[in-house]
Ligand binder design. Sequence first.
Ligand code: ZN
Length: 133
Amino acid sequence: MPKRISHLGIAVKDLAASEALFKKLLGDEHVHHEVVEDQGVSIASFKIGESIIELTASTREDSSIAKFIAKRGEGIHHLALEVDDVASELTRLKAEGIQLIDETAKPGAHEMLIAFLHPKSTNGVLLELCQKK
Ligand code: ZN
């Protein structure tokens, strides 16, 4: 079972502009930058207590973030739930009838293993499961 909300992902077009905006909103003390080649994204993360707000921009046209922005515009993209074991959680949720985007976990930001669940089976919310490596 998920044990906490890890982070909230926000899809943005211009990472530098959004980062400047969020620095005004949240302060600039705990900003972390990362590129996840595998997913074609560039990320600026703001740590707030135990949680993270993750600004995510696309680094290539065929990334899922680029497709999301083209279809729905900028905004809240996904909610990430931390679990102890992504693989067993995927097995459990699949058995519960939840549609998976990722059948197996893959490397994500923050040194985590991640997997996405399909929003069709989760009330329109893209959920990410993540596990510390
Ligand atoms: Zn995420």
